[in-house]
Design a protein around this ligand. Structure first.
Ligand code: TRP
Length: 333
């Protein structure tokens, strides 16, 4: 008998058009994993509300992000794509899980503390404190065994593991069968790309991104302003590629010429402008097929909406099955 594929649940907040850091840190990995695993791709639209109550862009941002997912090669016939908000079982399981985990455990979450600090929040809502519980329901409704995440999301997976064991210990099916797996994080190898301003992370809110959809001219313009070794002022000056973010991009998108770039920069023969123009071309080429595909999809929104609808109906079926097991085990069926 063919062995059942292990389940991966990957999720992202809908932040609109994705940047190349998303590609390197997540999408590339998702595409590679889709044959070996059963993948579910969740659009965490309710999670947006934790930090932004203005809902006017959520739908458009969802579609823009979804177009990037599909254009990158997510095979939606195998791996359903769906919005958290359209499958009511997420909120149902979230409520039950909320009864199991203590407030103190949620307050200890280091990822939350970081958000409070970074966003300079004076107070947080009940829902914001509980968002890892919603994330646990996202993962466990599909019995996700692995969750591809960056380092910063690991505390959330720990909360999911905690909730899954609390539930399993207390409620079992008739045959003593436990309902939920204890999921593990699956860390991405090359998990982040630095931003154009030299900050460690590319991020929409920092305005330091190159988008997957950017064409050569846009990339060149953005790259001109990219931060490089401050001691290399002109061609001829010796640079230090190890502290240059442009060199990091070469490592990822121009691996074959990486050594030449390194030597050229350190000897002074290669100037920053030439180096930047070269990597701009490499990046634009790397994403050219994806850009074409995304243009086609943009011109055919109906197709994108159909894919989403199909994904949501597949996901709903799985979610309903899990919820009926939960109700059975809890005897609230
Ligand atoms: N919490 C994630 C974020 O803030 C998004 C997310 C929601 C998620 N549900 C998920 C990620 C499930 C992985 C699995 O970006």
């Amino acid at each position: 008998m063919k062995e059942k594929k292990k389940v991966i649940l990957s999720g992202m907040r809908p932040t609109g058009k994705l940047h190349i850091g998303h590609y390197v840190g997540a999408l590339e990995n998702w595409v590679q994993l889709q044959n070996e695993y059963q993948n579910y791709h969740l659009i965490a639209d309710y999670h947006v509300l934790t930090t932004n109550l203005d809902t006017s862009n959520i739908f458009n941002d969802t579609i823009d992000m979804l177009i990037d997912w599909i254009a990158t090669g997510i095979d939606t016939s195998k791996s359903p794509v769906f919005r958290q908000s359209q499958i009511k079982e997420h909120t149902e399981l979230f409520l039950i899980f909320s009864m199991l985990i203590t407030k103190a455990r949620l307050e200890k979450n280091p990822a939350l503390k970081e958000q409070i600090r970074d966003l300079n929040l004076q107070s947080i809502t009940y829902g914001h404190l509980g968002y890892p519980v919603l994330q646990a329901s996202d993962i466990l409704l599909y019995k996700g065994e692995y969750v591809p995440v960056g380092e910063d999301q690991v505390p959330h997976i720990e909360i999911t593991r905690h909730i899954a064991s609390l539930f399993n210990e207390r409620y079992k099916l008739e045959n003593n069968k436990e309902i939920f797996p204890i999921p593990e994080p699956k860390l991405t190898k090359f998990s982040r790309l630095p931003g154009l301003d030299g900050k460690a992370k590319m991020s929409k809110s920092l305005g330091n991104t190159i988008l997957i959809s950017d064409d050569l001219d846009i990339i060149k313009n953005k790259m001109r302003k990219a931060f490089t070794d401050p001691n290399k002022l002109r061609k001829g000056d010796k640079g230090n590629p190890d502290i240059c973010l442009v060199y990091t991009y070469h490592k990822k998108f121009n691996a074959t010429e990486q050594t030449d770039i390194y030597n050229g920069c350190s000897s002074g023969q290669l100037g920053c402008v030439d180096c930047k123009m070269k990597i701009s071309e490499k990046i634009a080429n790397f994403f050219s097929n994806i850009r074409e595909k995304r243009k086609e999809l943009e011109a055919n929104k109906e197709k994108v909406l159909n894919i989403l609808e199909e994904g949501e109906s597949k996901a709903r079926e799985v979610a309903q099955k899990t919820m009926s097991e939960v109700r059975e085990a809890m005897k609230i069926g």
